[in-house]
Ligand binder design. Sequence first.
Ligand code: 13P
Length: 251
Amino acid sequence: MRKKIIAGNWKMNKLIGDAVELASALKAKVADRTDVEVVVCPTFTALKSVGDVVAGSQVKLGSQNMHWEKDGAFTGEISADMLRDTGCQYVILGHSERRQFFGETDAGVNRKVKVALTANLTPIVCVGETLEEREANKTEDVVTTQVTKSLAGLDETSFRRIVVAYEPVWAIGTGRTASPAQAQEVHALIRKVLSKMCNPGAAQAVRIQYGGSMKPANAKELMAQPDIDGGLIGGAALDAASFLAIVDAAV
Ligand code: 13P
């Protein structure tokens, strides 16, 4: 039985004070929740402060990105060890906004995934098609390629540790959600691809989150699908009540 995982991707929102306030509210409300994993991913500048708030609690800390080198002359970048230093246990990699606006590629994501695992961070690896690709019936090809290339060369232990997030680009921040059936179809595809890359047992262990306008109103139905193991939440994660309602919908 896969434990559901609900992660809030706060994107480029919240100054330190607001981030700490939200994290404190979440920590108080999920204090006794062991039936679902709860992760918050603030901006780099708020990581340490939020990390201090949630340390030792049921709320886990994640980052929204990471560089693939250990250290060195990479102006403006943040390493896996630096993330660990703030208390991070998770890192979102290959988010569509990184791919779209910052030129991230599957090959780059693959390097980051391996480095994250070595540093004992759990990668949340994002994949998903654009509207244009969906309308051209390319969803299966696009998602298969992204999964295959982003997770190339991992051993079974690594496969069992990763989280995959299916985020159809056309559903992100648009209020337009994939229907439970549409999402389930792609989640099942992802699990099939994983099973070919590794083995069926490991593929069954991988948590696959859905992301893209997940809200309290649609979360339950989405997460009732057999291969949807949680959510990666953007807008609805910025407010404690709506994020907590999604956490409740997971169980
Ligand atoms: P929204 O929930 O705002 O659509 O964002 C989803 C997302 O991109 C999470 O990573």
